[in-house]
Design a protein around this ligand. Structure first.
Ligand code: SF4
Length: 72
């Protein structure tokens, strides 16, 4: 997730509150993630919720990969 692109719309939190929250800085944060450069990342078993969040992010800053291939 490219946090620096987030517009704080809240869509990801509405769709997938177990994974996303609006952080103290006002931008979305991927819970339990690690920082990779300017991005946040996490490994997940179930991708369904993340895919829906990615498809509803207005600035396309959520990316979902499976077997190193971007699927959303
Ligand atoms: S859907 Fe995208 S722009 Fe909206 S809060 Fe989540 S990460 Fe930020």
């Amino acid at each position: 997730m490219e946090k620096y692109l987030c517009t704080s719309c809240g869509n990801c939190v509405d769709i997938c509150p177990e994974l996303w929250k609006i952080d103290e800085d006002g931008f979305s944060h991927l819970k339990g993630s690690i920082k990779i450069d300017k991005n946040e990342g996490i490994e997940l078993e179930d991708l369904e919720c993340s895919i829906e969040a990615a498809e509803n992010c207005p600035v396309a800053c959520i990316h979902v990969y499976e077997d190193e291939e971007e699927i959303a």
